[in-house]
Design a protein around this ligand. Structure first.
Ligand code: SAH
Ligand code: SF4
Length: 382
């Protein structure tokens, strides 16, 4: 097969059950066989991760041939992979239109978390976030979102054993939608992709091990819970609207009270299904004892976890991370209120893979940004 014809074929990787069924119908698979065929192909795609349509051995040869004539099993193109000293891996994928997007794998003792992107860049402009400075933005398709997980399983050799072998020895056990982009500005594609990832006959991730993080698109929050049943994280970062307006400008549209109301309407909210509130520690900005006390008060009555994230600096960033002692004092107040909130240890800092540092290298720095970065480097360098 010539390479060019392979490229022009649509890949089945990332396809949803509904799309797969429609595709098979177009190939002439009779209605009464559709369900069975979808199930078979689904298992090959997502439980076994096969690379060749010919490896789908329980599919009749003529159907395999017509599938291969129209479709490929092409993966996202891996443009670059960086490995951190602590085992974190950052992948840079080149999409069909040339855009670049990042995915991060973070191994820990009891789990392996894949941090997946939902958009190229982000239309929002949180002041502490590197992705928010990226100019080019588009939504990822559902296939591009799921494709990040498939490609990571390829790289980590994390296939085999079928869908039942998810606990125990899987390398990717958890997914967080905390890469580039605001997932609730791309709700339909994200919901489709999360439902493919949690399908028990395929990639088979438990819904409790998938977390969607949002900067607070309030009206989209409960519907996303209805559609997917996954876990929710809220990027709160401030306890009063005045400061949150500045840090997370979307707050002007959906202020804290409205955001927390949406959280109270999260389907299934209970102590067993708590919402995680993320709080980035910014030196002398949001890190006082009074802030900690106000945070606890604000969340009273909502089954919640609190995640304190040390600010991860990037060139030209307008903030610094709070000092160790300050973060500890803040954490102590939160802990005394009954939350187990260790300060999260940043991972992959040496390869700029930590939270909020993602920003694909293809985008050129603006002149102003460059100047700021140079200045920051000069200051840090002395
Ligand atoms: N857009 C979504 C998800 C992606 S950001 C959201 O904002 O929730 C994932 C998390 O990283 C968010 O909590 C975000 O606030 C945080 N983050 C962004 N920049 C950061 C930085 N420089 N240091 C630490 N955390 C950061
Ligand atoms: Fe976008 Fe999230 Fe970064 Fe804000 S923190 S700019 S919403 S990616």
């Amino acid at each position: 097969m010539e390479k060019s014809s392979e490229i022009s074929k649509t890949s089945l990787v990332g396809i949803t059950r509904v799309e797969l069924s429609a595709a098979l119908r177009r190939l002439g698979v009779p209605d009464k066989q559709l369900r069975m065929r979808v199930n078979q192909i689904w298992g090959w795609l997502y439980a076994h991760g096969v690379r060749e349509i010919d490896q789908m051995t329980n599919i009749a040869r003529d159907l395999r041939e017509s599938l291969a004539a129209h479709f490929s099993l092409a993966r996202l193109e891996l443009a670059d992979a960086q490995h951190s000293d602590d085992g974190t891996r950052k992948y840079l994928f080149r999409l069909d239109d040339g855009q670049l997007v990042e995915t991060v794998y973070i191994p820990e003792l009891d789990r392996g978390t894949l941090c997946i992107s939902s958009q190229v860049g982000c239309t929002l402009t949180c002041r502490f976030c590197h992705t928010g400075t990226q100019k080019l933005v588009r939504n990822l398709t559902a296939a591009e979102i799921t494709g990040q997980m498939v490609a990571a399983r390829d790289d980590l050799q994390d296939w085999g054993g079928g869908p039942q072998s998810n606990s125990g020895h899987r390398k990717v056990t958890n997914v967080v939608m905390m890469g580039m982009g605001e997932p609730l500005y791309n709700s339909d594609h994200v919901a489709d992709a999360l439902n493919v990832m949690s399908d028990g006959d395929g990639l088979s991730l438990s819904k409790r091990r998938i977390t969607l993080s949002t900067s607070g698109v309030a009206p989209e929050i409960p519907p996303m819970g209805e559609k997917t049943g996954v876990m929710l994280a809220i990027s709160l970062h401030a306890v009063a609207d005045e400061l949150r307006d500045e840090l997370v400008p979307l707050n002007k549209k959906y202020p804290i009270a409205q955001l927390l109301d949406a959280c109270r309407n999260w389907p299934g909210l209970s102590n067993a299904k708590r919402i995680t509130f993320e709080y980035v520690m910014l030196k002398n900005v949001n890190d006082s004892d009074a802030d900690a006390r106000a945070l606890v008060k604000l969340l009273a009555g909502i089954p919640a976890k609190i995640n304190l994230i040390p600010f991860n600096p990037w060139p030209g960033a307008p903030y610094q991370c709070s000092d160790e002692e300050r973060m500890q004092a803040f954490a102590d107040i939160v802990n005394r209120a009954g939350y187990a909130s260790p300060v999260r240890r940043p991972r992959g800092r040496d390869i700029m893979a930590a939270c909020g540092q993602l920003k694909s290298a293809s985008v050129k720095q603006s002149a102003a940004e460059k100047k700021k970065a140079e200045l920051a480097q000069r200051i840090l360098g002395r």
